[in-house]
Design a protein around this ligand. Structure first.
Ligand SMILES: Cc1cc2nc3c(=O)[nH]c(=O)nc-3n(C[C@H](O)[C@H](O)[C@H](O)COP(=O)(O)OP(=O)(O)OC[C@H]3O[C@@H](n4cnc5c(N)ncnc54)[C@H](O)[C@@H]3O)c2cc1C
Length: 268
C-alpha cells in the first residue's frame, strides 16, 4: 500500500494527476471499507490536514462549506442551524457521535452511495460543488456530479467545497430505517418550498441522489391528489429492492413522507 500525506491543495492535484485511481482519505469511514476490496497496491492520499478545505462561511446569500467539514461541525454550527436548518436536521440523523466526528461532507458526496443522507439533502437545497484539478477549478450543480450507483464524474479532481443557497420558506426532512440511531436510510426525503417552488430529493430512492422533478412540477401546479403524487413519485424514483426493504416499501414510505411534508412542514 502506498500512503501519501498531502500538505496543500497543489500537492493533492499533482498527486491525483499521477495516481488517478488513488483513494483520498478524510475521515476514512467509507474508505476503510473500500480498502477491503482493493489490492495491496492501492495508493492513499491523506488530505485531512489541509486547512484550506475546512470551515463554514457565509458568502452573501450562500454558505460555503469546506469539503473537510465534519458532520458534527455542521450539526453544531450556529450559522448552519440558523440558515440551513434542513442540513442541520439531516446531520442530526447521521451515524453516531463518533462517526460524525470523522465523517466529512466531501466524503459523503464522493462516495456516491444511494443511501447518503447529506448528499440527498444537498441536492434538494440546490447545492453546487467546487472541483479542483491541475487544470484549475470548476463549479457544477451537485446533482449533475453522479453517473449511477457509486459513480461520480470526478476526473482527476477533488471536491474542495460545497456552496449552498441559504434556505427560505418551509422545509421537511425525515429518515426512515431499522433503528433510531446508526441507521442506513431505507428512505429519506428532503423538501424545501420557497418562492422558486418545491425542491424535493431523497436517499435510497434511486441509484444515486435524484431531484424529483415530475413531483415538483405537479405540486408547483397546485395538484395535491394522492394518485397523481404516487404516479409522479414512481416516475422520478427508482429504488432498488434489497434485503433492507422492497421497492414497494420504499415508494410507500416516500409517499407517506411527502404527504406529511405537505401537511406539517417546518417554517423558516
Ligand atoms: C458506522 C457507520 C455509520 C454511518 N452512518 C452514515 C449515515 O447515517 N449516513 C450516511 O450518509 N453515511 C453514513 N456512513 C458512511 C460515511 O460515514 C459517510 O459517507 C461519510 O460522510 C464519508 O466521509 P469520510 O470523510 O469518512 O470519507 P472517506 O472514507 O475518507 O472517503 C470516502 C470516499 O470519498 C472519496 N473522497 C473523500 N473526500 C473526497 C474529496 N474531497 N474529493 C473527492 N473524493 C473524495 C475517497 O477517495 C473515498 O473514495 C456511515 C459509516 C459508518 C462506518
Amino acid at each position: 500500500m502506498n500512503y501519501l500525506r498531502a500538505t496543500n491543495l497543489g500537492e493533492v492535484t499533482a498527486l491525483l494527476e499521477e495516481y488517478p485511481e488513488a483513494l483520498l482519505l478524510c475521515g476514512s469511514t467509507d474508505a476503510a471499507l473500500q480498502l477491503r476490496h482493493r489490492p495491496e497496491t492501492a495508493t492513499l492520499i491523506d488530505i485531512h490536514a489541509l486547512e484550506e478545505l475546512k470551515g463554514v462561511s457565509a458568502e452573501g446569500d450562500r454558505m460555503r462549506i469546506g469539503t473537510l467539514v465534519t458532520l458534527n461541525e455542521l450539526l453544531y454550527s450556529d450559522a448552519v442551524r440558523e440558515s440551513l436548518p434542513l442540513l442541520a436536521a439531516c446531520a442530526d440523523t447521521f451515524g453516531s457521535h463518533q462517526i460524525r466526528n470523522l465523517a466529512t461532507v466531501g466524503g459523503n458526496i464522493a462516495n456516491a452511495s444511494p443511501a447518503a443522507d447529506l448528499t440527498a439533502a444537498l441536492v434538494a437545497l440546490e447545492a453546487s460543488v467546487t472541483l479542483a484539478s491541475q487544470d484549475g477549478e470548476r463549479s457544477v450543480p451537485l446533482e449533475t456530479l453522479f453517473c449511477g450507483y457509486k459513480c461520480t464524474k470526478l476526473d482527476h479532481e477533488l471536491i474542495t467545497a460545497v456552496t449552498v443557497p441559504l434556505q427560505t420558506g418551509s422545509w421537511y426532512y425525515r429518515k426512515a430505517g431499522m433503528r433510531e440511531r446508526l441507521n442506513i436510510a431505507k428512505v429519506s426525503i428532503a423538501l424545501t418550498h420557497g418562492s422558486g417552488g418545491f425542491r424535493i430529493s431523497g436517499a435510497s430512492l434511486g441509484p444515486s441522489p435524484v431531484r424529483f422533478r415530475t413531483l415538483e412540477a405537479l405540486l408547483d401546479g397546485g395538484v395535491y391528489d394522492d394518485a397523481a403524487i404516487k404516479a409522479a413519485l414512481e416516475n422520478d424514483a427508482d429504488p432498488s429492492g434489497g434485503y433492507r426493504s422492497t421497492k414497494a416499501y420504499r415508494l410507500r414510505v416516500a409517499f407517506n413522507m411527502i404527504k406529511e411534508a405537505l401537511s406539517q412542514p417546518e417554517e423558516r
